[in-house]
Write a protein that binds this ligand. Structure first.
Ligand SMILES: *Cc1c(COP(=O)(O)O)cnc(C)c1O
Length: 370
């Protein structure tokens, strides 16, 4: 194996991250309270365009809190795309509710609103939509469906900070939205997450559950079984420094995506496209390989050339932990078999992208020549 020149991701921490973290250390405010938490939450809410944002320790617990604050639990069903990161589904399971899988659209790779309708039962309480790889879901249809059937709409925006639908940032369309700041996400805090909502009552419930169910009216008195899902001041310090530079980070990512698109234009590698009314933030630049290409062999070839890639998420309904009964989701399975994520971190230059794509093409030529 050659030296790894191009990892799939690496965060850019060249702003005020170090300065703010040092401020935490110097002031001894390193735990779940502090000025960076308040500032990060306020600035984050402003950036998204929502009334409330509260920081948590990762994107998975953000989802768990959102669902539990909505009162979802045992006996309920939550509709979720099978083509997602497993955390979206696990969070439903934590509450005792049952995840009900839906297929994806071939065009945008997002959950299929038509399939959502066919999966609604008397037990359905919510639709959990995931803006996969940074492309927004079909929000207009989902909002109408949820209103008509009296369902909550939860947006998993872990991969979609900076993404817009009809001019508005994703996360404002549903009842509640969640974000992740894991090291490979568009902005990072190391480990971290955020829950956002416009609903004051829901916000209060989230805060309550996040901090051990602490009663408002008496110290050390707990009137619900809550959790410790707090974000630390150190994480918030990193997050704030990242948020200060979010516009350049997103611009860089979109530029990288445009370079990839340009390189793949005349080829039979399909680059993730975007619909007219959206801003795709391209968390991970992803392509579908031509059917004749062996993905595993290609990944190995690229790795030998210093290029790391990842397979697209495996549809969750195919994993033994969730495959209790036979299910088929044709589009999700087709996309997942052929999809790979390419190096997508800000800092990549046009020459880097050309080198990466050139390696892909040279593998294809090699195979065609055999
Ligand atoms: C990353 C991610 C999460 C979970 O976030 P963590 O911070 O890793 O817990 C949830 N959903 C999706 C779609 C993600 O990509």
């Amino acid at each position: 194996m050659g030296e790894l020149k191009y990892p799939v991701y690496q965060p850019n921490l060249n702003g005020n991250e170090k300065k703010y973290v040092n401020e935490c250390l110097d002031s001894t405010w390193i735990s779940g309270k502090g000025k960076f938490i308040d500032k990060f939450e306020n600035d984050f809410a402003k950036y998204i365009g929502v009334n409330h944002a509260t920081g948590v320790c990762n994107g998975t617990v953000a989802l768990h809190l959102a669902l539990e604050a909505l009162g979802i639990g045992e006996g309920d069903e939550v509709i979720v795309p099978t083509l997602t990161y497993v955390a979206s589904v696990n969070a439903i399971t934590y509450t005792g509710a049952k995840p009900v899988f839906v297929d994806s659209l071939e065009s945008t790779w997002q959950l299929d609103p038509e399939d959502v309708i066919t999966k609604i039962t008397s037990k359905t309480k919510a639709v959990l939509c995931v803006h996969l790889y940074g492309h927004p879901c079909e929000m207009k249809s989902l909002v109408v469906i949820c209103e008509k059937h009296g369902l909550f709409l939860v947006e998993d925006c872990a991969e979609a900070i900076g993404s817009r639908y009809d001019g508005e940032h994703v996360g404002v369309f549903g009842d509640v939205a969640t974000f992740s700041f894991y090291g490979n996400k568009t902005i990072t805090t190391g480990e971290g997450g955020m829950v956002t909502t416009n609903d004051e009552t829901l916000y209060e419930r989230i805060i309550h559950l996040k901090g051990q169910g602490l009663a408002k009216y008496r110290e050390y008195w707990h009137d619900a079984i809550g959790y410790n899902y707090r974000m630390t001041n150190i994480c918030a310090a990193i997050g704030l420094a990242q948020l200060e530079r979010i516009n350049t980070i997103i611009e860089d990512k979109i530029e990288i995506a445009n370079w990839y698109r340009e390189e793949f234009k005349e080829s039979n590698f399909e680059f993730h496209t975007e619909t007219e009314n959206v801003v795709h933030s391209y968390w991970m630049c992803t392509i579908l390989l031509p059917v004749e290409i062996d993905r595993r062999e290609l990944k190995e070839y690229l790795l030998n050339n210093g290029i790391e890639t990842r397979p697209m998420f495996y549809p969750v309904h195919t994993m033994p932990i969730y495959a209790q009964k036979y299910e088929k989701h044709r589009v999700a399975e087709y996309l997942a078999r052929r999809g790979i994520n390419l190096p997508s971190y800000p800092g990549l230059t046009q020459t880097d992208i050309q080198k990466i794509v050139h390696s892909l093409f040279s593998y294809q030529t090699l195979k065609n020549g055999q």
